[in-house]
Structure formats: structure tokens, C-alpha cells
Design a protein around this ligand. Structure first.
Ligand code: ATP
Length: 475
């Protein structure tokens, strides 16, 4: 009989199907394609490297028996991985490595006697088709530990980051969740950990990705029916860094997929590093099972830097840029810009730019003008939580009352005002605003905004509330 790759594989499949659970068969064998048969070597195509590793770990004996039945004792299996790296990198995988000695099993563990064609091979299953999956880490080398200045405000998070970088996956800080307000260095620290790990363990696969991009990739994979590839891709990573996980709020599909990826990585001793603008206890619309995982490791807060730290950050920046600046100017900027590090850096950069473009000496006068302008122009970003707090304080109720289902007029109006300001002052979608303010839907938020506009025109008392609150939130 003329053997073809397909006929051999079909026979293997019937044997395998009789010997494992239907679900396992469907998951791990149905997606495989037989590609080529040369001599006694059958090449099969698997969807990902993870898939291949799983087969080798769990089903290599079964495969060996099935294939030996078909092709005799010298049967060989060649894996070919077909996977476009559409997740971490922009380019498809191209590197090839001689991988014939990459094995999971020692020969004595196999049921079937082993004959080596190549004496170096310890496993009869040759895998020359395997490609080296080179995932670009997407790390920014400019964000490192050397230029992440230490102070009381970040000591815990920085030290935990260093510990993780020394032993990724090997500390109890897994996941490491870095949280804190806008511009306080979460992204910088997350990159610094990744950069340091890459330095110390170049063979480790590190990937930095924003939660937003992760979500987009996931949605895309659902559209293209490549959800499994998406999951497999992330399961290959040794150190996964996801920035701004609060973005997962209200996105149940993304949370679900991340939950599975997280479990796999954690169980396999891989490191997960997350950043968020709030502590897990304050996160809204994140499933409980995910929140509880966030709390497994360490949550370390980045706080507003104190005066001394602000001075060292400024001096360090100036030193690195090779710029001299009088001490009193540095002190002036550090004293007046307290809110976050990004603003601090922004002000000093404007100052340097102004003085060099206009060939003006940097004087206290110039610093005063720029800092004032800078502070005025930098609108403080307000969160939906903050808005709810301000509105409920104003109406002397607690946030739970504001969010409650009651139809009492003054509470409904407070809730509508909170929705109105959330739409005005944040970038959150109507759906997200609704879900954060008492689990309402987007239509309710839209209705609230229209009601506020109408009442502002017709009700003097209401207009006063609106103006007062507007002032408070813009302070
Ligand atoms: N301790 C620090 N030492 C030196 N530079 C810092 C420090 N903390 C923050 N920065 C700098 O401040 C700027 C803002 O930091 P970063 O973008 O990491 O903040 P973030 O907390 O991620 O902000 P966001 O909430 O907007 O995502 C960056 O240029 C970063 O290099």
C-alpha cells in the first residue's frame, strides 16, 4: 500500500483517539496537520511552540507507540511550528536553530527501544522544524534602575523590583503589582525591572505590553479566530509585564483570557509584573478571581516624591542632559511642582528650552513664569472615584448612597452629576462610567448628562451645585 503522510497520520489519530479523553483529543490532536512523509519520518505541523512542548510533555509516549505501529521501530517525528508572531513583534519569526538535541525526555523513559540515527540525539523524535521564537521584549532601555532615583516614596517598590530582577519567578513577589497615581514612575520601574532581567538572564523571554495593547490583540484574535494562538504566545513568556491593568476594568473577555495566561505562567514559575493606577482593593469591575491573584504576590505603592527626592530627580536629569542650572532654580522648581515626576521633568525641560532658544539666562523670574504657566496648563487628571468622592462629600452622603438604586430625587441628582463630571473630566467610555457609578448602563449615563444640561438651564439651585462642583473638581 502506498503510504502518505495523511494516511499514516490518520491511523495514528485513530489509535490516539482510542487512548485518550475526547476533550484532550480535540484540543491537542485535532488541530495537527500531517505535512510530509520521507522514509520513516513523519512531519506534522503544530500551531505553536507551546503546543509542541505540551505534546512532548504529555503525549510523547503515546505518539511514539502510534507512530511505531505505522512506520516501525525507526519511526521519527518532526514537528513544524507554524505561527506568525503577531503579538509581541511586528515581524514574523524568522530565526531557525538546530534544535535536534532539544528534548524533554530521556531515552530510558520511553516505552519503545531507541535507535539513534544521529549519535548526538538522545530522543528518537527529531525536531528540526522547530524555530527559535524570538520575542522582542519591547523594553525601553532608557528606563532603567540607574536613572530611577530612590526616595521614601518609592523605596519598597524599587527594592521589590530589584529582588524580582535578581530572581525572576523565584521570589514571593509574584505577581509584583506596582501601583500609584499619574506620572509617578510605574512605567519607568516596570521597564527597569525588565531591562535588568534581560541583562542578567539574556536567555529569558521578557515582554512588556500595555494592557490596552493586550486588549486590542485579544479582540483581534477573537475576530480572526486565533484566540488559541494568542494564548499560546503569551504562555511562552518567562517575564510578562503588563502596564496599566486598570484598563481591563469592565472587559470580561480580556480578563478571562488574562486569568488563564496568568495561571499558566504562575504555575510554571514565570514572573508576572503589573502596574495599575490603583491598589487591587480599589479596582472596580475586575473579577474577584483576578483580583485575588493580583494580591498573591506583593502590591507596592509609588507615592508622590518628597522634596529631597524631587531635588535628586531634577539634578540627575540635568546631569544626564549635561545642563548646568543654579541651585536656587532647581529648588524653586522642586518646591513648586509637587504633584508628579512627569510634571517636574516637563517644567525643567521647558526651562532649558526657553533659555536656550531665547538665549536668556535662567533666572528666578524666568523660572517663575514657566512654572506658573506650566502648573496652570497642567490640568490635573481626575479619576471617577475622585469625582464620586467630591460629589458625595458635597451633598453630605457617602459614595455607597450615591451609587445606590434609590430613586430619591436628591440622590438621583447627585449620581447624575457624578456621571456628568466623569464624562467631562475623564476619558472613560459611557459604559465604563456607568459600571463604575452604581453599575448602570451607558444609556443611563447618556440620560444623566442630558438631564444635567437641561436642569442647568432651568433650575437655579441646581446650576449653583453644578458651578460649585465644577470649581472643586478643577482645583
Ligand atoms: N524615581 C524616579 N526617578 C527618575 N525619574 C522618574 C522617577 N519616577 C518617575 N520618573 C520619570 O517620570 C516620568 C513619568 O514616569 P512614568 O511614565 O513611569 O509614570 P507612570 O506612573 O507610569 O504614569 P502614568 O500613570 O501616566 O502611566 C518618566 O519620564 C520617568 O522617567
Amino acid at each position: 500500500m502506498n503510504l502518505t503522510a495523511q494516511s499514516v497520520w490518520d491511523n495514528c489519530l485513530s489509535f490516539i483517539e482510542d487512548n485518550i479523553q475526547p476533550q484532550a483529543y480535540k484540543t491537542w490532536f485535532a488541530p495537527i496537520k500531517a505535512v510530509k512523509l520521507t522514509d520513516n519520518a513523519l512531519s506534522i505541523q503544530v500551531p505553536s511552540k507551546f503546543f509542541y512542548e505540551w505534546l512532548e510533555e504529555h503525549y510523547v509516549k503515546l505518539l511514539k507507540v502510534a507512530l511505531t505501529k505505522e512506520l516501525g521501530e525507526n519511526a521519527k517525528l518532526v514537528y513544524i511550528i507554524k505561527m506568525e508572531n503577531t503579538y509581541g513583534n511586528q515581524r514574523p519569526f524568522t530565526e531557525k536553530i538546530p534544535s535536534s538535541n532539544r528534548t524533554h525526555l530521556q531515552p530510558q523513559e520511553l516505552d519503545v527501544p531507541v535507535k539513534h540515527k544521529n549519535p548526538e540525539l538522545k530522543n528518537p523524535f527529531v525536531i528540526p522544524g522547530i524555530r527559535n521564537i524570538k520575542i522582542e521584549s519591547q523594553l525601553n532601555p532608557n528606563y532603567n534602575f540607574d536613572n530611577f532615583l530612590e526616595g521614601d516614596s518609592n523605596r519598597l517598590a524599587r527594592s521589590a523590583g530589584l529582588a524580582v530582577a535578581n530572581k525572576p519567578g523565584g521570589t514571593s513577589f509574584n505577581p509584583l503589582l506596582i501601583f500609584g497615581g499619574v506620572g509617578l514612575g510605574k512605567t519607568h520601574l516596570a521597564h527597569a525591572i525588565g531591562v535588568d532581567i534581560k541583562d542578567k538572564y539574556p536567555e529569558k523571554t521578557v515582554l512588556y505590553i500595555s494592557a490596552e495593547k493586550f486588549t486590542q490583540q485579544f479582540i483581534e484574535s477573537v475576530k480572526k479566530n486565533t484566540r488559541n494562538d494568542f494564548i499560546h504566545f503569551y504562555q511562552l513568556i518567562d517575564v510578562l509585564i503588563i502596564d496599566d491593568v486598570q484598563f481591563f476594568s469592565g472587559k470580561s473577555g480580556t480578563q478571562d483570557v488574562f486569568f488563564h495566561i496568568f495561571n499558566h505562567l504562575h504555575q510554571n514559575g514565570k514572573q508576572v509584573i503589573l502596574t495599575s493606577d490603583k491598589a487591587p482593593v480599589d479596582m472596580q469591575d475586575i473579577e474577584q478571581r483576578l483580583l485575588s491573584r493580583f494580591k498573591w504576590g506583593l502590591s507596592a505603592e509609588l507615592q508622590t516624591p518628597d522634596y529631597e527626592t524631587r531635588i535628586s530627580i531634577l539634578k540627575n536629569k540635568l546631569y544626564r542632559d549635561g545642563v548646568d542650572m543654579p541651585e536656587e532654580i532647581i529648588e524653586y522648581v522642586a518646591k513648586n511642582i509637587k504633584t508628579n515626576v512627569r510634571e517636574l521633568e516637563g517644567a525643567i525641560i521647558s526651562l532649558i528650552a526657553q533659555s536656550s532658544f531665547n538665549k536668556r539666562e535662567v533666572t528666578i523670574d524666568l523660572a517663575t513664569q514657566i512654572v506658573e504657566k506650566f502648573v496652570k496648563n497642567t490640568k490635573r487628571e481626575v479619576s471617577i472615584d475622585y469625582i464620586q468622592k467630591v460629589v458625595s462629600d458635597y451633598f453630605q452622603m457617602d459614595v455607597a448612597t450615591l451609587q445606590s438604586k434609590t430613586r430619591k430625587r436628591h440622590i438621583v441628582q447627585a449620581r447624575q452629576l457624578a456621571m456628568f463630571f466623569a464624562k467631562k473630566f475623564t476619558k472613560a467610555s459611557l459604559a465604563s462610567i456607568g459600571s463604575q457609578i452604581g453599575k448602570r448602563d451607558h444609556a443611563t449615563v447618556l440620560h444623566a448628562c442630558k438631564t444635567v444640561d437641561n436642569l442647568a438651564e432651568t433650575d437655579k439651585q441646581f446650576r449653583k451645585h453644578l458651578e460649585d462642583l465644577s470649581k472643586k473638581l478643577s482645583q
